[in-house]
Every structure is written in structure tokens, then in C-alpha cells.
Design a protein around this ligand. Sequence first.
Ligand code: AMP
Length: 143
Amino acid sequence: MNVAQLLGDKGHDVVTIQPDRSLAEAARILSARRIGAVVVTEADGGLAGILSERDIIRALGESGAAALESPVSRAMTAKVVTCRSETSIDELMEMMTSGRFRHVPILDNGRIAGIVSIGDVVKHRVAEIEAESRAMRDYIAMA
Ligand code: AMP
């Protein structure tokens, strides 16, 4: 199983924000869309960074409520780890575990083609394990 198949199930929608928008606006988007991270894009759609709820919490912890007025560019991670549609789910899990983050944007030919969260990966793994155990039960019942 690879990222392309996972995206086939969940869709290619990516919620983005521009680097000069405020953290308050980013927080509103995360809350309204019920997501944990937004991809930060330049006006031309190029990848500029990623901003997760943790970045907003860190800024609030360091600067208090005033941080909400600061730009996304100040709190985001600019060095984004990305994967491609062909990346396997095992490889993706390894990237998330070793990098200690829960979101990975997918870049195909330099264009943002989707985003996968740890929740998507866990959902996929649970479905896979359930299918395996069902197959095993059927096999035993037939024996
Ligand atoms: P998360 O666990 O995804 O909420 O993110 C934890 C931290 O890692 C935050 O500082 C994020 O900006 C950063 N982060 C999230 N996803 C990535 C990624 N794909 N590449 C690099 N940093 C990331």
C-alpha cells in the first residue's frame, strides 16, 4: 500500500494559508476545518512551510495572547519533510516516527498533491488488521 492509494480513499484536499496571515486566523481555520495543521503556501502555490497546532501553542506559551497577532511565517516550520504518491505507508510511518510529527504533505512534480495525517495512517492500519483477522477467522472456519 502506498500514499496514492491512501489519498484515493481520503481525497486530495489540502487546507492552506499564506505566510503573512496571523496565527489567530490560522487557529480559526484549524478549528473550523477540524484539522491539526495547515500547509503554508506562497502566492504562487509553492510550499513555504507547515504550521501545526503545536506551533500555535508554542508561540502562545512563549509570548502570551499577543502571539495570535504575529504572522504564520514566524511560528511555522519552513523545512518541511514531504513524501511522494509512490511512498509506501511503512516508509511514511517511519518518517512520522523519526521526525516526531503527525502530518506529511505529498509533493508530486513540485506540486502539493495532498496531505496525510497520522490519523489517516492509523485508520488505514486498523482497517488492514481487521481485514487480516477476518480472513484468518474465515480460513479457520473452513478448515
Ligand atoms: P505535528 O505533530 O504535525 O502537529 O507537528 C509537530 C511539529 O513538527 C510542529 O512544529 C510542526 O510545524 C512540525 N511539522 C509538522 N509536520 C511536519 C513535516 N511534514 N515536516 C517538518 N516539520 C513538520
